[in-house]
Design a protein around this ligand. Structure first.
Ligand code: CO
Ligand code: CO
Ligand code: CO
Length: 334
């Protein structure tokens, strides 16, 4: 039996373990395609999930996400991994209904901990009214868990990351800084109140009720950071996004840890990858570190008219402008 904690079995944690966007684009670039006219969204638009037109007014949404633990509590890890995987369906304006487990664990890990991971995932799926109907398990040095998820959206309620319009405002539904705080957690520097805030946010479903609200674009903020996913939103609609750094919600402890250099490697990768796309005004570095921080089970970034934004319980963090030179312009204040 292993006497190691879950995170000691891992090199990287959560969505920070994602392969960098530059590497990924290179790998999938020249793959041969089998075309199908019912496939509305696939590789090409870097959206959250693929979308398949069932031809009866419904769209089928398919997504998959799994990663190594960022917390030692196996039950909490299971909840986070499931909330994160389900999120891509919500980000497309859909509702999940069916899921499968993906699980890797070393045989030295006690079965009690493996069961607790699956129980966490199961409980989140139930909360999301989603059936977990099976799965696949691999013996692996590093534990990993997640779900493949299927959802439906009515064809008129589908949301993509590409519909932002000039004059829209942007809201963000969860605080930033999960990568920074989990880095501090691994260094045993995170206080309990900050840990509680972190897991409360990461286990929270993104099942925000958007019915009756005019939404133009939506994506969830995960491993590529607010800047990375915001960049996809800006380029997808050929607009420039302006972000007000001081308005962006973040965990209480995030700025302080960023100032101390508790920054995951993924944040540097994101910053480097986006250096030609994002311009930041003069401001303390830690204010922008959070913007490049890879998020695990992050919130929804939503573009919508300002009068609609009041209907969502989330702060306005920026606005959509006509296309300028860069995809994103970060200002200190509004
Ligand atoms: Co996503
Ligand atoms: Co995803
Ligand atoms: Co199988």
């Amino acid at each position: 039996m292993s006497d190691k904690t879950l995170t000691q079995l891992c090199q990287t944690a959560g969505c920070a373990a994602k392969i960098g966007p530059g590497v990924l684009a290179e790998v999938v670039k020249n793959l041969p395609r089998y075309e199908n006219k019912n496939l509305l969204l696939g590789f090409d638009t870097s959206d959250d999930a693929c979308v398949y037109d069932l031809g009866d007014g419904r769209y089928l949404i398919e997504t998959i996400d799994f990663f190594p633990p960022m917390v030692d509590d196996p039950y909490v890890f299971g909840q986070i991994a499931a909330a994160n995987a389900l999120s891509d369906v919500y980000a497309m304006g859909g509702k999940p209904f069916l899921a499968m487990n993906l699980l890797c664990f070393p045989t030295c890990l006690e079965l009690e901990r493996v069961k607790a991971i699956l129980q966490g995932g199961h409980d989140k799926a139930v909360e999301a009214k989603t059936v977990i109907a099976g799965g696949h398990t691999i013996d692996d040095f590093t534990p990993k868990y997640g779900l493949s998820v299927s959802g439906f959206a009515a064809s008129d309620s589908l949301l993509t990351n590409a519909g932002a319009k000039e004059g829209d405002v942007l809201v963000l539904t969860k605080p930033l800084g999960t990568g920074i705080l989990t880095t501090a957690l691994k260094a045993e520097m995170l206080e309990d109140k900050d840990y509680q805030a972190l897991i409360k946010s990461m286990t929270k479903l993104n099942n925000i009720d958007l019915s009756g609200i005019e939404v133009h674009a939506c994506t969830d903020v995960t491993g590529f950071s607010l800047m990375g996913h915001g960049r996809e939103m800006a380029d997808g609609a050929n607009v420039t996004i302006e972000i007000f750094a001081e308005r962006v919600p973040q965990f209480d402890a995030a700025l302080n840890f960023a100032r101390m250099g508790m920054i995951p490697a993924g944040a540097y990768r994101n910053r480097e990858f986006l250096k030609d796309k994002v311009v930041c005004d003069e401001m303390p570095l830690e204010l922008t570190d959070v913007l490049f921080d890879p998020q695990t089970s992050g919130g929804l970034l939503i573009a919508l008219p300002e009068k609609e934004a009041a209907k969502i319980d989330a702060p306005i963090i920026g606005q959509v402008l006509p296309r300028g030179q860069k995809s994103i312009h970060v200002r200190k204040t509004a």
